[in-house]
Design a protein around this ligand. Structure first.
Ligand code: BGC
Length: 378
């Protein structure tokens, strides 16, 4: 495997999944649904499994966690900013929280890690939820104001921005299946949400650039490799990206699985493991002529049986794409820590680092070292 000298290697997290003590649309949803989800698991997981609560206490332990990432050889890290902390009430910005994220960015820089900052990883302040969330006509205006506030304060220190995380996953769960907040089932609302998210991105893109003209701004979508259907691939992988094609500086790929049936499967949602699928996805986007970053790729594997192979094989395909001339510039494993996996709670274990959510003790998993070996070219 060969990677360019300045290739970025790291891991990713999101605020609600690791920080702890967030108060937003998801934390409210968890409180209402924990009992139901526990019952639906047949009692296998207690209601506490479904409450993010202290999560990984990363809000207080980010320096310690970044020390671990640094010790693993990472030179980049992706995290998200929690809107409900920055703007807990409409138009009321909390300077202390900006200061917190300034410290987070500084801690990364001090450890030689390039920050990749996500502005929306699905959660919303309660006031934004009450106005209709991403399906409100006003969403673009409010999101842009929040994005500008963050960019005004952190813009100079952050080069890479991901405005939105996986609009395709959030809007399909929130507005089609109706199993995630805000639990709607309406094609009309689904398309409206997509329209407003695209508009929100376009506005934020310009404002971030205003504060830092050399910023690189994009989104990331969950890509699935559909081996049989171009139509599915178009709607799932490319529909949103088409809408924003004039305002993105890079293509962000989150990739976990394909639709191929015969493959090995992950313990989480029975996802077919298909490393070659990542290569196929890279082929699908390379025509855009923009740099590509693998923003998420990972496996839930509590016993760490499969992760090492998973990382190695996916990176082999990335390396092949690079050797054929595709401009892939970074790879982020999902996730640095065992975190709160939305409606599944704490049981899926995606981390390079195991977390005991009671004691908050961290333990580096053996497979994390595989990524380190690859980073070091061993
Ligand atoms: C999301 C993460 C999530 C991961 C694993 C991605 O779709 O961005 O928040 O934890 O997948 O399911």
């Amino acid at each position: 495997m060969r990677f360019p000298k300045d290739f970025l290697f790291g891991a990713a997290t999101s605020a609600h999944q690791v920080e702890g003590n967030n108060h937003n649309d998801w934390s409210e949803w968890e409180k209402k649904n924990a009992e139901r989800l526990s019952k639906a698991s047949g009692g296998k997981y207690p209601p506490e499994n479904y409450i993010s609560g202290r999560a990984c206490d990363h809000y207080n332990r980010f320096r310690e966690d970044f020390d671990i990432a640094k010790s693993l050889g990472h030179n980049a890290h992706r995290f998200s900013i929690e809107w409900s902390r920055i703007e807990p009430k409409e138009g009321n910005f909390n300077e202390k929280e900006i200061e917190h994220y300034r410290e987070v960015v500084k801690a990364l820089r001090e450890r030689g890690m390039e920050p990749f900052v996500t502005l929306w990883h699905w959660t919303l302040p309660l006031w934004m939820r009450d106005k209709g969330g991403v399906c409100s006509k006003e969403f673009p205006k409010y999101f842009a104001r929040y994005a500008e506030h963050v960019a005004r304060h952190l813009g100079k220190d952050v080069k890479y921005w991901i405005t939105l995380n996986e609009t395709n996953v959030q809007t399909s769960h929130g507005y089609l299946k109706g199993d995630w907040p805000p639990e709607k089932r309406s094609l009309f609302k689904y398309f409206a949400a997509n329209r407003y998210l695209a508009n929100a991105h376009a506005k934020a893109y310009k404002l971030i650039k205003k504060h830092n003209p050399s910023a690189q701004v994009g989104v990331t979508e969950l890509f699935i490799y559909f081996s049989q259907s171009r139509i599915k691939s178009f709607f799932w992988n490319h529909f949103f990206l088409r809408k924003i094609k004039t305002c993105q500086d890079f293509i962000g790929i989150d990739y976990y699985f394909s639709d191929r049936k015969e493959k090995e499967r992950s313990e989480f949602l029975d996802w077919p493991i298909d490393p070659e699928g990542l290569y196929k996805i890279i082929q699908e986007v390379k025509g855009c002529g923009k740099p590509v970053y693998i923003i998420e790729n990972g496996i839930a594997d509590a016993k760490d049986f499969r992760r090492e192979k998973f990382i190695k094989e996916h990176l082999e395909w990335v390396s092949k794409a690079i050797s054929e001339g595709v401009d892939v510039r970074g790879y982020f494993y999902w996730s640095l820590l065992d975190n709160f996996e939305w409606d599944k709670g704490f049981w899926p274990r995606f981390g390079l680092v195991e977390v005991d959510h009671k004691t908050m003790e961290r333990k580096i998993r053996p497979s994390a070292k595989k990524l380190t070996e690859i980073i070091k070219g061993l």
